[in-house]
Design a protein around this ligand. Structure first.
Ligand code: THU
Length: 158
């Protein structure tokens, strides 16, 4: 039997983070308040720190035709690739808030967004750090997208 292990850090409070990660998480929380989520009432915000020091934010954008909904990671990635072409990503903070219940655990990115971020990491040739928190509760830090999507599909298969 083969085993695959992943490592991540858990911090109990926002103030336990280093300054850079703390700022990024605050920006992700600000971004989620601008999300358009009238159907799920589940707001997601993301803030990415680029290699040039700039911070780009995004949020989920829903649609009456449900499959058209865009995840926060998608809108953020799209803003990065279109507005800052060729610039690498150091880290992305993601936070969520639900109108239905208190989210007190980090919500991890959906499968599609893991795939999207995973390819960006390969293009970057540098790990992208993920900083995740619910509305409150512990913060999880993954040093690489790959930790959340091992055995990912890559262009090498094509
Ligand atoms: N959502 C995200 O923005 N990112 C994810 O990784 C998972 C889900 C959004 C999509 C939809 O607007 C809402 O959360 C509920 O699924």
């Amino acid at each position: 039997m083969k085993r695959h292990e992943i490592q991540y850090r858990e911090y109990p409070h926002h103030q336990d983070l280093n300054g850079e990660d703390g700022i990024l998480l605050t920006k992700a929380k600000e971004a989620l308040s601008r999300s358009y989520a009238p159907y799920s009432k589940f707001q997601v915000g993301a803030a990415a720190l680029l290699a040039n020091g700039q911070i780009v934010t995004g949020f989920n954008i829903e649609n009456a035709a449900y499959p058209v909904c865009l995840c926060a990671e998608q809108t953020t990635m799209s803003a990065i690739r279109t507005q800052h072409p060729g610039v690498g990503i150091e880290a992305i903070a993601i936070s969520v808030k639900s109108a239905h219940h208190l989210v007190d655990q980090p919500a991890t990115p959906c499968g599609k967004c893991r795939q999207l971020l995973s390819e960006q990491e390969r293009v970057n040739q540098k790990h992208i750090r993920l900083i995740l928190q619910g509305e409150e509760g512990p913060i999880w830090i993954f040093e690489s997208v790959n930790d959340l999507l091992p055995f990912s599909f890559t262009s090498e298969f094509l």
